[in-house]
Design a binder for this molecule. Sequence first.
Ligand SMILES: [Zn+2]
Length: 437
Amino acid sequence: MGEVRGPGVDAPGPLHVAAPVARAWAVAAATAAVRVPAGNAEADAWTARGWADVAVGCIALDGAGFAGSGLAGPGFTSPDRRMARRDGPGAFSGLDEVIRSIRVESGGPHAARLRQLRRLAGPVPAWYPDTRPVAGPIRGVREIVWRAADLVADFGEQLRAAAAGLPYETACPLISVRQLAWGVRYRPSPSEAHVTLRLPVNRRLARRTWMCLPGLPGSGTAIAEVPSTAAPMEQQIWRGIHEGAHLDHLSSLARLRRPLAPSPGEFGAGLLVAESYAMAVEILAAVECVLAGEGHAVWQLGAGLIERATRLPGGSNPAEEFTDLPTLAEVYVLGPLQVLSGAPASAVLPAELIRSLHDRWRAACAAYPPAAAFGARAAELVGPADTGPSRLTPCKNSPSWVPELTPRASAGRDPGPSHLAPQVGGLTLSRSAGNLY
Ligand SMILES: [Zn+2]
């Protein structure tokens, strides 16, 4: 397969989407961001993080600063008027409205990012979460996850050792489309149609750069081209493998459902599935890069596995971003083991994705015995005895894997996780449920 190019690949932001469409998207996305499979303090942190991700989409749709320059002046005090576009209130007005109706008092670093993004479009409304840490206890990481982390970190070390004996290739230029094109050969279900956005934010602020937005052609998938200070090969792996796998997943979901945006793969329980898949693709890509003799990529992929295993809350190199998000941090190490092992978790992914992933993984294991040994240990850890049967609730108009989660009446006064703690396949989503991606 050739280069990954979408029809709007060079489209500059902002997109040309009618204000009411942008606003409706933001309301739907911000509401989806509230439905997290966790309770109380963790739910507040997760919700604020999701809203920050929505704000990135709002910048893409509204454009940064438009409201503060042309339309707003000293006389403008109403938030709604501040957010008025020439054709009506846009995406940020929708995000503002949801945040006003579902109050989250504080969100720590996630709220700081949300506020920073919102400021690009004008003054931050008074009801936005503040940057104090979330209030309440956060559970510890589960025992099975520590065992998964050991397994993943060990494999990362093996990969780095293998890399030493392989050719050391030069990284791609720092151009999204080139990095994604490189990754096509290592992604089992590469998608082609996506729009590249240029946004006035860096990678640290944007965080989640992959998304589904309204008004785009094809599957509605978009990727933000954002500056980063990370090493070129690190950026190549993020974009070409991990985020590329997210785009592949979103594209696959888009073939199964309407509307395209927001996608269930972007928020809450759906995001856990998405990260499980992207990490499984990273592990597959690491083995295939060994076989292809791409030593530099192998080293970086190995380092990425070690990072995900050690950044867990309470781990040896904990990441601030995940201090209050144990459920999300856990899925990067346990999720891919479940997906690769064919544990029930894999049944929540579109069949076309899981089929090609498993075919490629079997071939990789046959060609590279350390991968087979890793796979056997993974299967032993997450075997069906541990994961139990899938208890997904099929929804009308949705693929059967979309879990039905009851939205919280109000953040901070969550009645408890029991009503939104189903299992998504083998992923136990309990309350007592990155680095960046
Ligand atoms: Zn990710």
